[in-house]
Write a protein that binds this ligand. Sequence first.
Ligand SMILES: [Zn+2]
Length: 157
Amino acid sequence: MTIDYRGPQCGCGKSGCIEVLCSGPAIARRARGRLAEPGCKDSIMMTLSGGNLERVQTETVAEAFRRGDSLAAEVLKATADFLTVWLGNVIDLLEPDVIIFGGGIAELMSAYFGHIREELSHWSISLGFALPKEKEQPLMDKSGQVLQDEEHEAAAL
Ligand SMILES: [Zn+2]
């Protein structure tokens, strides 16, 4: 789903789709772009990458964020803003009862769930929709058994 038609080209062939703007590689690419700007060399991400922008990965952003790096926080907030636009479209289209985020990026982005929740009132027109309280729960199969990481992909097929 495209959320910025002027956005970068994705491997799927579309421009500015959710994957090219919010995936792990997208977060790393956004961080490298910011680090290349003047005045951003003091970021912890530069230290963690040995000053080599090509070595900045999603994990670099996550570690810098955990250490309180303001630029890493800006990168994640920008990602949260794109996620919010996308979620607003999904909510208006499907009116889901529950929204589930999974995977490592979800854990990384969880610091911004409150921000996303607040901003959704601007990006969704579905009246009466209320986001449920955030819960951290393991994924389960239909019988209630907790799925292990390797079973998540199989269950998604
Ligand atoms: Zn795409």
